[in-house]
Design a protein around this ligand. Sequence first.
Ligand code: GLN
Length: 474
Amino acid sequence: MANELAKLSILDAAKKLAAKEISSVDLTRACMENIDARNERLNAYLEVFDDAEDQAQAADDRRAKGEKHALLGIPLAMKDNILIEGRRVSAASKMLENYVATYDATAVTKLKSAGAVFLGRTNLDEFAMGGSTENSAFGVTRNPVDETRVAGGSSGGSVAAVAADMALGAFGSDTGGSVREPSAFCGTVGFKPTYGAVSRSGLIAMGSSLDQIGPIAKNVADAELLFNTTRGLDPLDSTTTPEGLYPKRKQMKKIGVPRHLFTEGIDKDLLKNFDAALADLVAQGYELVDIKLPSAPLALAIYYIVMPAEVSTNLARLDGVRYGLSKTGENLFDDYAKTRREGFGPETRRRIMLGTYVLSSGYYDAYYGKATLARETLSREIAEALERVDVIATPTTPSPSFKIGEKSDPLSMYLADIFTVTANLTGNPAISLPMGTVVRDGVSLPVGIQFTAAHGDEAGLFTVGKLLESSQKK
Ligand code: GLN
């Protein structure tokens, strides 16, 4: 029987903490009980911190002295590619299995100052490359709703932790959908901020022009709180932008729907839920506008050129000399080759090779150069569409969660990212929230709806998200 206290949303728990009805130690113990009951099977946490209760006690002491923050004493889970000083951070790779972080990610610094409790580090696809957490060097994360299915990825561990009440909220990273896709599969809210809103300092880089740290929560208001606590200009990341950079947008109560993207590959039952969710919003005064995004069908192709190109350069630093695993070969070159062959899993190696190829002098213009141009066109189309509507709506994924082992062909796995990669390529903020369930093999599986807004308009996303949530509760 799951500990009920850990079912609370962050904001409800914060109210109870403020009213002294519960303590952070109580909340942390409740999460720990659920971790003890389910983590061995789900494999959401790679490590549960043995000082979590001490952190909770410290938060209770801070509160007793008069400190107030909604996150003070709230137990959270962190994806294992976000640095917490003095703790191991593996990126779910053998390469960094025993690597200890020497500094805090900026997001972590902000969470520490708010008083959040870190329960542990959660599983992911190696270096965040994947859509199912099957690429982890430390085993798959199971979906808490149906343990024969994947939790999604790459932030599968963080999402499973929240979905199974093993944390009140969590953080992941989103390079092509890694916060939103698993959230859709497990029934949580997943949010990718505008590029530059949250500092990437202390996030192990995958694709630097795409990566953002984003929250995973039980509802939109919690995700908003986690985002607001971690956002902001950071001298340690020159791509961060100050709050208030983008002018506030007036809401038009219009939702753009690119129906031309909903081709045969999209699950029919899922599309019914999508239409029902939109109908809820229409009942609340929204107008649906049919929009065309001519370059959106190219988004996957663009992403799977730009991303590996950046991966191949970012992972070049893992050479056995500077960080992590180090193997000795016949000569220096052999040291590198041996370390990288043994340290990286197959998907990581595939992407490094692809990336090196598309950047090589003979092919640069044909691939990377073209992808960069197409990326610009896509950005322009999204920006133009968002001049006429507040948000663009699509399903988050083309199908509900799939069986573990089902997508052994990498290309079929990449297709799961069809709706999520666009926001990373264009830098727009996007959110996934639950839109009911579809039944597969007798099990009701969660599915998600995604909204994308103009740069800096996270407020617009939270507004629509909260409205949809409230109509679903009725
Ligand atoms: N599934 C996508 C990929 O495999 C997204 C990964 C991510 O967002 N980190 O690249």
